[in-house]
Write a protein that binds this ligand. Structure first.
Ligand code: GLU
Length: 309
């Protein structure tokens, strides 16, 4: 066993013993059904070696982690014009906050808060039917993860569609400023469905590899984005990937990362590894509590923080 294998197994053992698990998200009723004790961790290094432990092959709802991939897709479509529709500054507000949108005349602060991600989804949707846009997103995820079995959990999408009153408010508000081009219900439908993609830690870590290696998957040699774009997506992940907990995540973990309310986190150690962790209990900012602790331990032991030891 390599030292990375040993460290990953040790972290999974330590996490299993902890009793502070955070709170599973309940505002999307279907997410409340998940096992709060689940824990998975998968790390893929530059050579393609996978170190995995716990429930790393159990699919979970990736939720907002999908926003990293929709941002990548939308940048591929419209390039830097995207930044006319959405900013790239940390918000300092909860993920579904509406206050800032009024001050900033319907332009969301960044692509990872809900409003920003809805605006990005709207860009992907333009010129297409919702079914085509969703098909394109799913196809991209399957390509990146090199796994055709990845699917949308329709029960989660329907559950969020029924209860997504705040997202509907955000979308309607942006529509009133002309920030959304498509019918609000179409954009929201695509958004809820891409958030409801289910993936395992192993699949997610594979999908994130291009971000760790200057825009290309070093195993397949496939280029996904230019190195400069990969660097910039990582920068937005570092500053905005954990909502109002982004500063704390940078302080403790020191890696670009994106969380989802399903309890997953994708973290990128540039040049070194792509990492996915899953523990459904959340902290008060809506980020995985033990997921963050596991990543803190991993980066410390591996010396992977982008800020040095
Ligand atoms: N689909 C969720 C929502 O819009 C995503 C939030 C998250 O994962 O942080 O509320």
């Amino acid at each position: 066993m390599s030292s990375l294998d040993t460290i990953v197994k040790e972290i999974a053992d330590e996490i299993r013993q902890r009793t502070d698990r955070g709170e599973v998200a309940t505002y999307i009723p279907e997410l409340a059904r998940v096992d709060p004790d689940a824990f998975g961790l998968a790390v893929i290094d530059a050579e393609g070696n996978v170190a995995a432990a716990g429930d790393s092959d159990t699919p979970f709802s990736i939720q907002s982690i999908s926003k990293v991939f929709t941002l990548t897709l939308a940048l591929g479509k419209v390039g830097d014009r995207l930044w006319r529709r959405v900013g790239r500054e940390p918000s300092g507000s909860p993920f579904n906050s509406i206050v800032q949108l009024e001050y900033e005349r319907g332009i969301p602060r960044n692509p990872f808060i809900n409003a920003g991600a809805i605006a990005v989804t709207d860009l992907i949707l333009s010129g297409h039917q919702p079914r085509e846009a969703l098909g394109e997103i799913l196809h991209f995820m399957r390509f990146l993860a090199d796994d055709q079995t990845i699917a949308i959990d329709e029960a989660v999408a329907a559950s969020e569609q029924r209860t997504g009153f705040r997202n509907a408010a955000l979308a309607n508000y942006m529509k009133s400023f002309g920030v959304l081009e498509n019918p609000v219900e179409f954009t929201l439908g695509v958004y809820y469905h891409h958030c409801a993609i289910a993936m395992t830690c192993r699949q997610l870590a594979t999908a994130g590899r291009f971000l760790a290696h200057l825009g290309r998957n070093p195993t397949t040699g496939m280029s996904v984005v230019h190195p400069e774009r990969a660097r910039r997506i990582n920068a937005v992940m570092l500053t905005c990937g954990h909502y109002d907990g982004s500063g704390e995540f940078a302080y403790r973990v020191g890696l670009p990362g994106k969380s989802g309310v399903g309890g997953g986190i994708l973290a990128i150690a540039p040049g070194k590894a792509s990492i996915a962790v899953w523990s459904p209990g959340l902290d008060s900012n809506g980020n995985s509590h033990l997921g963050r602790i596991a990543l803190e331990s991993l980066t410390k032991r591996m010396g992977w923080s982008i800020f040095g030891v």
